[in-house]
Design a protein around this ligand. Structure first.
Ligand code: RFL
Ligand code: PHB
Length: 388
């Protein structure tokens, strides 16, 4: 097979990149190691930044998002049961949209197939070769047959556990990371959310987040130990803790638990995001803790920058944007890293915190909810910094 851009991974990054390239007349092939059913039902992110929702509409994949997405002009910050509303409309005149990542993935898959594909599922044994040549190659197996794609560029959109980042030669990649001494236990429940907007709730018992997928389906998270065993959390125990961490500020309706799981919390950046003709985008290059809701949005920003660089290369034979791709992405990535780390450290209880840390954290929350200037800074970052 031969194409201009070989895309590894059909998550938000790979699928959005394929759509951007299609609109620019650049050919691509996507290969994905999971099934279509698997990627369309993987429950993950739910919050889309202002510019990213607009972009999905602009790219022709936003019809359902416009109909079914929940537009939010603010969030609630709970401090030991007392709720403070941050009004994004007044602070920054921007919004976020609640729309499940798997719904974005479904919409992009439908569009990809309408664009004529190709999109190969359930590939195996993927490897990348000749990265510093002008014709890098992707090898893999599909339906038990060995295949290869010859291309001009490879887009590594294969997530944190993919093969692209580990394919950088030794010494060509530097990692910056931080682990957190807790995780998030998340459930999806058939019950209305406790508020029409999100509640980020700090309590002495730990953090909880009350978000949603619709007016009748809630997505609820609890801070838990980093090595927590989900078997220790019966539905009753989860509901009991969710009630306690809401602190009586709102009524929490219980419902059938449709899904539950534990997410580890990590900050991670690999630099640079390119080697030869292999370019990384999204979780393959960086991970943020979910507190700031930045992961999927960063993946979208990366592929916008990559598609612009590829367009300049193909239409003007200009390589500067490609050369500067990593630096361009990383400026945004590090600001999102800082924001996600900051949100995480003000909202969670740390097992090793000192009395000083605790008082400082409460002062941070008090300042955030008492100062329009502090609230505006959060709002600006939460709805998504401008792309340029
Ligand atoms: P993905 O979605 O992991 O997609 C990578 C794809 O590559 C495939 N793959 C391979 N394909 C071929 N060959 C191989 N060798 C391959 N290895 C892997 C995988 O099967 C997969 O289909 O990465 P991408 O596209 O970079 O997208 C990133 C986002 O998925 C991620 O950042 C977000 O889910 C993070 N995140 C959130 N982001 C937000 O913007 N807003 C949120 O509200 C938000 N909440 C969250 C989150 C992530 C969470 N978890 C579970 C980690 C909440 C949670 C709980
Ligand atoms: C979600 O809806 O899953 C969600 C929203 C905001 C976050 C994290 C997750 O910060």
């Amino acid at each position: 097979m031969r194409t201009q851009v070989g895309i590894i991974g059909a998550g938000p990054a790979g699928l959005m990149l394929a759509r951007l390239l299609h609109l620019q007349g650049i050919s691509s092939i996507i290969i994905e190691n999971r099934s279509r059913d698997y990627i369309e039902n993987r429950i993950r992110a739910g919050l889309i930044e202002h510019w990213a929702a607009d972009l999905l509409v602009e790219l022709g994949v936003g019809d359902r998002l416009k109909r079914e997405g929940l537009v939010h002009w603010g969030i609630n910050i709970g401090i030991n049961g007392e709720l403070h509303h941050l009004d994004f409309k007044a602070l920054i005149d921007k919004r976020v949209t609640i729309y499940g990542q798997q719904e974005v993935v479904k919409d992009l898959v439908v569009q990809r197939l309408a664009d004529g594909g190709p999109l190969l599922f359930e590939v195996d044994k993927v490897s990348v070769h000749d990265l510093t040549s002008q014709q890098p190659v992707i090898r893999f197996e599909h339906e038990s047959k060995a295949q290869q794609i010859e291309c001009d560029f490879i887009a590594g959109c294969d997530g944190f556990h993919g093969i692209c980042r580990p394919s950088f030669p030794d010494g060509k990649s530097q990692v910056f990371d931080r682990d957190y001494p807790f995780g998030w236990l998340g459930i999806l429940s058939e019950s209305p959310p406790p508020d029409h907007e999100l509640i980020y709730s700090y309590t002495e018992r730990g953090f909880a987040l009350y978000t949603m997928r619709s007016e009748t389906v809630s997505r609820l998270y609890l801070q838990c130990d980093h090595d927590e065993d989900i078997a220790n959390w019966s539905d009753d125990r989860i509901w009991d803790e969710l009630h306690k961490r809401l602190g009586g500020a709102r009524k929490l309706a219980e419902g059938k638990v449709l899904q539950k799981g534990i997410t580890p919390m990590r900050s991670f950046v690999a630099e640079p995001m390119q080697y030869g003709r292999l370019f990384l985008a999204g979780d393959s290059a960086h991970i943020v803790p979910p507190t700031g809701a930045k992961g999927m949005n960063l993946a979208f920003a990366d592929v916008v920058f990559m598609s612009r660089a590829l367009e300049a290369f193909y239409t003007k034979n200009a390589g500067e944007l490609l050369d500067g791709y990593s630096a361009k992405c990383l400026r945004r990535v590090w600001k999102a890293q800082r924001f996600s780390w900051w949100m995480t450290q003000i909202m969670h209880r740390f097992p090793d915190e000192t009395a000083f840390d605790h008082r400082r954290q409460l002062a941070d929350l008090d300042y955030l909810t008492g100062s329009a200037v502090a609230a505006k800074s959060l709002a600006e970052q939460y709805v998504g910094l401008p792309l340029d």
